[in-house]
Unconditional design. Structure first.
Lengths: 131, 131
DNA sequence: CTCCGTGCAAATACTTTGCAAAGCG
DNA sequence: CGCTTTGCAAAGTATTTGCACGGAG
């Protein structure tokens, strides 16, 4: 059987939705976004597909922020900044963990690190300027 | 009024419980731990107090891991390692973010970082040895 | 026909909350 | 007495799941 990527229209739309934004959305956002176009879209489908993308390595989980899991279609190594005022999530592309650093982590602690999740909390530029 | 720390017995016991371990427990664990001693302890009380400790800076949230929030009475800057096999959480005391680094972050992105949450995922020493 | 994906609603899991009663100084 | 803390149960929120239907090859 040939490789069938983005098999269904809805799955494809969900993937496009998370690719189209840098806002690191949660399931609810994706649902609201696509609902006008797919009037019979179900929230369960959004959850199922977001989970699948993560399993397939096509997306990553930014983590659970204020009780909701947020996703990112950008799977390249980077970190995130969460504004505790406006709840926005933005990317931090500064590289914190070099290969050597992770390697030394493995050696020092006897572990095998496969991924990491870095969240900075604070106040974002926009909120700082407003205050 | 004088400062009243550890006002109630149960609050105190909950605090002692999270201080007594390096396992980064969730509310359920604390509850199970104290239930034999305080037979009328309520899970709601555990949740309320853990939340309060975080607000008061007496504990920190390790983050939500597999749907449950985990806590740590060690509030000194450090990171955490989550084993994806046995779900254990351990401390990583390697300092990743120097004062200068955080400062440059603030300048480059125009933000004001107040805290950070670093989770490494992988396989822990014990699980590696078992496999 | 056979899979796979989906809607829908119910179920689940974790956490929060309202309120009356109990605790403490 | 006045304020804080708690038990209990109900409510709240986010996410997952079972099942029957529908579409694609």
């Amino acid at each position: 059987m040939a490789v069938r990527e983005n098999y269904s229209r809805k799955r494809n739309a969900i993937y496009q939705a998370i690719c189209s934004t840098k806002s690191h959305p949660n399931a609810e956002w994706v649902y609201e976004q696509l609902k006008p176009q797919f009037r019979d879209l179900s929230l369960g489908t959004v959850y199922r597909n977001l989970k699948k993308f993560c399993e397939d390595g096509k997306a990553i989980s930014v983590g659970v922020i204020n009780g909701q899991e947020h996703f990112d279609a950008d799977t390249t190594p980077h970190s995130h900044f969460v504004c505790d005022r406006c709840q926005s999530i933005s990317d931090i592309y500064k590289p914190f963990f070099s290969e050597e650093l992770l390697k030394s982590l493995n050696e020092e602690y006897g572990v095998s690190v496969t991924s990491n999740e870095v969240l900075f909390h604070g106040v974002c530029k926009e909120c700082l300027e407003r205050e």
